[in-house]
Design a protein around this ligand. Structure first.
Ligand code: ADP
Length: 190
């Protein structure tokens, strides 16, 4: 499979669909949120820095994220394709990803944009707070994450459009329908 960038607001299902895509196509998976939560759990220096930002709904600084991303990418097996989940989140990260992959003779492949209405997003995140107990899934932090998404991340959709790799999938109330649309698209381009 080609590389895939899965893009969308907090709660749009990036992690859920990534897991399904990985299970079907057998590719690598980088979830920057999971990488950071793991560092926090292990009490590393990076984890301590990241915690302050995550708990406040803010983004970790670009230079730090870009460095983490490249290290994580280089540790994965080559040639199977990688799904990038939660990265890039800023234009600087997107430019850095493009350059990093180009330097390695790879490319960004395909971008999948998940579009979900805000009412559904909020309900999912509040539900996830109960089920998974994520510290940043409380109403105040969720509000900040939405603001950060709208101001810093959403403009990236147009950047991907210019790159000619943007593919949009809109939530119509059913995970099976959404997944079916994503799979038939991926089957047609892989
Ligand atoms: P969600 O998409 O629901 O916000 P993630 O697990 O992708 O969940 O991200 C959780 C938090 O981790 C973000 O709010 C942010 O603080 C941090 N984070 C994850 N990826 C990045 C990134 N690419 N750049 C900066 N911060 C990030």
């Amino acid at each position: 499979m080609k590389n895939i960038i899965i893009f969308g607001a907090p709660g749009s299902g990036k992690g859920t669909y990534s897991d399904e895509i990985v299970a079907k196509y057998g590719m690598g998976h980088i979830s920057t949120g999971d990488v950071l939560r793991n560092e926090i759990k292990n009490g590393t220096e990076l984890g301590n820095i990241a915690k302050g930002y995550i708990d406040n709904g803010q983004l970790i600084p670009d230079e730090l994220m870009i460095d983490i991303l490249a290290k994580t990418y280089d540790a994965l097996p080559k040639g199977q394709g990688v799904i990038f989940d939660g990265f890039p989140r800023t234009i600087a990260q997107a430019e850095a990803l493009k350059k990093m992959l180009c330097e390695r003779g790879d490319d960004m492949g395909i971008m999948l944009e998940l579009v979900v209405d805000e009412e559904t997003l909020l309900a999912r995140l509040l539900n996830r707070a109960i089920e998974q107990g994520r510290a940043d899934d409380n109403e105040e932090t969720i509000k900040k994450r939405f603001e950060v998404y709208h101001s810093q991340t959403a403009p990236l959709a147009a950047w991907f459009e210019q790159e000619g790799i943007r593919n949009t999938f809109t939530w119509k109330g059913s995970k099976e329908v959404m997944l079916g649309e994503i799979f038939s698209f991926l089957d047609s381009v892989k």
